[in-house]
Design a protein around this ligand. Structure first.
Ligand code: HEC
Length: 319
């Protein structure tokens, strides 16, 4: 890829300084890391426009993966080992008057020292120790006890894998494992808790100890308890799961009393279809949790009421 693909001009002095800095003996040998050195620079100057709130040019740089992937120009913003070919650095070096300058005109910019640090980081390969660790095979992310727990769970029929090639979090799918889970399986599962992000327990009968154990999975983002025996009394065990973004209770034995006690997920998706939860309780939960998208089958009575009301206020034909 040539730098001619984006139409920007370079000012004359700083690039020379960067080239000098990259080769200079004072800096050589010392290599920076994304999490420790680079994220703290980008965060205050860039993330408000390229982060969770706004994604200008569809570009987010609030994680290593996103930073390296780039935005709508589909041009990698960083070319490891080549700071002067890296568009991100070029944007940073443009004079403020240039329409492509980053951050734009009236925004605070990183200092020359900070820009040099970014350049130096790119020159030494634009590395992230945590990303490198995350892309290790599953077995290498676990300690001895965890590896033993992993193979025992697999021998029971559990399907366990990493969330993605570059994501250290693991998914535990227990649909093919015996139900209820034997006590030993619960202990093995607990050994993996720090890494587990997703648990699938569709159709399972959960013992009390299994339900209490679920509360220990503090990094859990996805929990599927659909079509199982999960009931109202068990709800409080889930309320510790502050990272939860997906909770599937479709067909579970939960009713209004249970939902009234539920505090998670704080955002994301909640499935309540085919439960005994009524529309009023669902509406109240929705009010208290505006960032949660609720999926629930609307019962016949409330469907009729809504249609009747619609019929009263409009001339729409209802059949
Ligand atoms: C005030 C908002 C704002 C801030 C702060 C900001 N940007 Fe941007 N950024 C934009 C906008 C708007 C665009 C789209 C520009 C265009 O296409 O003309 C953009 C585009 C980009 C792109 C091009 C992405 C692509 O693939 O199209 C890069 C790279 C970029 N910004 C890097 C940065 C960096 C690095 C910082 C912090 C040092 C930063 N930006 C700070 C608003 C901002």
């Amino acid at each position: 890829m040539s730098s001619g693909t984006h139409k920007i001009r370079r000012p004359s002095l700083l690039p020379a300084l960067i080239a000098a800095a990259c080769f200079s003996s004072t800096l050589a040998g010392e290599s920076y890391d994304y999490d420790a050195d680079i994220a703290p620079i980008l965060e205050p100057y860039c993330v408000k426009c390229h982060g969770p709130d706004k994604q200008k040019s569809k570009f987010r740089l609030d994680s290593y993966e996103r930073l390296m992937r780039g935005g709508s120009s589909e041009e990698a913003p960083i070319i490891p080992f080549q700071p002067m070919q890296s568009p991100l650095l070029e944007y940073l070096l443009l004079p403020k008057s240039d329409e492509y300058a980053m951050p734009p005109e009236d925004e605070d910019s990183p200092s020359p020292e900070e820009i040099l640090k970014i350049a130096h980081w790119i020159y030494y390969g634009a590395r992230s120790k945590s990303a490198e660790r995350d892309s290790l095979p599953l077995e290498e992310l676990l300690d001895g006890n965890q590896r033993a727990a992993l193979s025992k769970l697999r021998s029971l029929g559990a399907i366990i894998h990493k969330r993605g090639e570059k994501a250290a979090g693991i998914i535990v799918d227990l649909r093919q494992a015996p139900s209820p889970l034997p006590e030993q399986a619960l202990l093995d599962l607990a050994a993996l808790a720090p890494q587990v992000r997703e648990i699938r327990l569709t159709g399972h009968r959960l013992s009390n100890s299994a339900i209490n154990l679920l509360g220990a999975f503090e990094h859990l983002t996805h929990l599927d308890l659909s079509n199982g025996n999960f009931e109202d009394d068990a709800v409080t065990a889930l309320n510790k799961l502050h990272s939860l973004q997906y909770l599937n209770l479709f067909g579970a034995s939960i009713s209004d009393a249970g939902l009234a006690k539920l505090r998670v997920p704080r955002s994301g998706r909640l499935y309540l279809g085919n439960t005994r939860v009524g529309p009023e309780t669902m509406a109240r939960f929705q009010q208290d949790h505006p960032d949660v998208e609720i999926f629930g089958s609307v019962d016949l009575e409330s469907t009729l009421r809504i249609t009747e009301e619609a019929d009263q206020y409009s001339k729409l034909k209802v059949d």
